[in-house]
Design a protein around this ligand. Structure first.
Ligand SMILES: Nc1ncnc2c1ncn2[C@@H]1O[C@H](COP(=O)(O)OP(=O)(O)OP(=O)(O)O)[C@@H](O)[C@H]1O
Ligand SMILES: [Mg+2]
Length: 297
């Protein structure tokens, strides 16, 4: 793998020291840079989903033989009509829902075979952002953010709700980053929807995750607020190199933010590719003949 062909601009885009790259000391970033310099090159697959099927106890087949991979550093959008299986897919990945069959390979390990205790270590590497924010409404903003750290403290500490000074500072820093430092000590339910979702992102960051799973993070928000939230996710993706797997309703948002997209229809993958490859024919195949494009940009 030659380094000479990674331009200084690419290095700066990924916030990596050019000299460091030239010396070949930052292998993860190097993969990213190499990928942007040579798109056909194979880079590390952070996550591989193989033949994933989910049948709920009532017989509903929510996912059928779903296979795809997520590469390190991608912003991958999951699209599809309501009921197509987006939430089930995202929840199966960190086993909030147990898959019926198939494999989920996270950094080389099949997480479907792990015990709940082993899963705890995987879960702290994967932040989850919910459509409805899932904050503890009566608790303060900073308490909500600190709960993101629970995967790192022992049970006695977590029962006593004792977080270290370092964790408190980390929580404040993450709130600062999300523009909410001054809201740290107010009740979570006193914030607007957009602010609550930013708290949820700060909470996910407390895990120091490698990947963020976001299940329609902007679907409960006013469309104008969608960009605020997605820009934060984009920043984490581009500046921190966090991989993002995010389900979205509006194709405009997919075009604006995602580097790649997969589409589900009735639990099956019907498209995988670049957002700009979703032409009218693809659109109808994904959303049905009657569907019309709706713009929110
Ligand atoms: N707990 C459950 N028990 C039975 N069926 C379920 C359950 N959860 C989801 N389903 C069904 O599985 C299918 C996929 O649902 P899922 O929530 O994953 O879709 P979605 O693409 O996220 O939809 P939306 O865009 O409305 O959020 C649907 O038919 C749904 O009714
Ligand atoms: Mg859903």
């Amino acid at each position: 793998m030659t380094l000479k062909r990674c331009s200084k601009k690419q290095a700066l885009t990924h916030r990596v020291s050019y000299n460091k790259i030239a010396a070949g000391r930052d292998n993860d970033r190097l993969c990213l840079l190499f990928h942007s310099a040579f798109p056909l090159a194979k880079i590390q697959n952070m996550l591989r989903v193989e033949h994933l099927t989910k049948v709920f106890p009532n017989g509903t087949v929510a996912l059928k033989d779903v296979t795809f991979q997520v590469e390190d550093g991608e912003f991958l959008a999951v699209i599809g009509l309501s009921g197509s299986g987006k939430s089930t897919l995202l929840r199966c990945i960190n086993r909030l829902i147990e898959p019926t069959s198939g494999k989920i390979i996270w950094n080389g390990t099949d997480v479907t075979a792990l015990s709940q205790n082993e899963m705890r270590h995987v879960r702290r590497q994967i932040g989850f952002i919910f459509q409805q924010f899932n904050l503890v409404k009566r608790s303060s903003v900073i308490t909500n953010v600190l709960t993101g750290r629970l995967g790192y403290v022992n049970t006695a500490q977590s029962l006593a709700n004792l977080f270290s000074r370092a964790d408190n500072q980390r929580a404040l820093n993450n709130l600062e980053r999300l523009g909410l430092r001054e809201k740290a000590y107010v009740r979570a339910d006193s914030l607007s929807g957009g602010q609550q979702q930013r708290v949820a992102i700060a909470r996910a960051l407390m895990q120091e995750p490698k990947m963020i799973l976001a299940d329609e993070p902007v679907a409960s928000l006013d469309p104008v607020l969608s960009h605020t939230i997605l820009k934060y996710l984009e920043q984490l993706n581009k500046e921190d190199g966090l991989t993002v797997l995010c389900s979205l309703h509006f194709l405009d948002l997919v075009h604006r933010y995602a580097t790649r997209a997969i589409a589900l229809k009735d639990g099956q993958v019907v498209f995988q590719g670049l957002p700009q490859e979703i032409d009218d024919a693809q659109f109808k195949a994904i959303y049905g003949q009657e569907a019309q494009r709706v713009s929110i940009i």
